[in-house]
Design a protein around this ligand. Structure first.
Ligand code: FPP
Length: 236
């Protein structure tokens, strides 16, 4: 059972609807992403009071490179600005920030900022906040398979020793518990390549609310519903 007494409590969010939110108002899509970034700050701040120990958000997928150059560059700039402006607050709020995804494809300056803030906040314990950038569940599994193949070829790993733990330990999320609850905003009901392995037993919750309108009150309501649902992990 997911409960306030069950530690850790990991909530993962597919933040969808920024573009539609802006378009509905006659504004450029990037305005929606900017509003979305300010919602991220509010949600991070409210999470510990809702009993959330781990929060993961899907900020940029391996498929998002197909968007216009202007939107991709705008999003990358937004991530860099978020890190620079929030590093101090995250430290004082005892939040650890980390990233998942293939960062080797990101601009070198952004990669440096990501490493810098991860190091700066690594000892923080109130909330582990994970941002998925250039992340795809299938890509993560491919990279894990490649890593294990190298271990077999070069480090004497016996293929028969590869089990659930070995695979989980080769994923980007190696030190994060699996999500208890996955939320997707904006009325879409797809998983879109997010945490494919890790969400095997997660509760899913879909809301019509567009991400820029998603508040800590919405999150509180969804957590309450999720905590009332019973999870059996395939048993009774
Ligand atoms: C999906 O909405 C959203 C994204 C691809 C980007 C998410 C980014 C943010 C919320 C801003 C910054 C985040 C951080 C962590 C600082 P969409 O654009 O696909 O919306 P649409 O489906 O309405 O077009």
């Amino acid at each position: 059972m997911v409960g306030a007494d069950r530690i850790p409590f990991h909530v993962a969010i597919i933040m969808d609807g920024n573009g539609r939110w802006a378009t509905q108002k006659g504004w450029p899509r990037l305005v929606g992403h900017r509003k979305g970034a300010s919602r991220v700050k509010e949600i991070v701040r409210s999470a510990p009071d809702l009993g959330i120990s781990h929060l993961t958000v899907y900020a940029f997928s391996t498929e998002n490179w197909k968007r216009s150059t202007e939107e991709v560059l705008g999003l990358m700039a937004l991530f860099a600005r978020y890190i620079r402006r929030e590093a101090e607050n995250l430290s004082s709020e005892n939040v650890r920030l980390r990233f998942i995804g293939d960062r080797s494809k990101l601009n070198a300056k952004l990669q440096r900022l990501m490493g810098w803030v991860e190091e700066r906040t690594q000892g923080n314990t109130k909330l582990t906040f994970t941002i998925a950038i250039n992340y795809g569940g299938r890509d993560e599994l491919v990279r894990a398979a490649r890593h294990l193949a190298h271990c077999v070829a070069n480090d004497g790993l016996d293929p028969e020793q590869i089990d659930l733990m070995t695979v989980a330990g080769s994923l980007d999320t190696t030190d994060i518990p699996d999500p208890d609850l996955v939320i997707r905003t904006s009325g879409e009901t797809r998983v879109s390549n997010f945490l494919l392995w890790q969400a095997a037993y997660a509760e899913f919750f879909f809301t019509e609310t567009l991400w820029p309108d998603f508040t800590p009150d919405h999150l509180r309501e969804i957590c309450d519903v999720a905590r009332r649902r019973v999870r059996t992990f395939g048993g009774y």
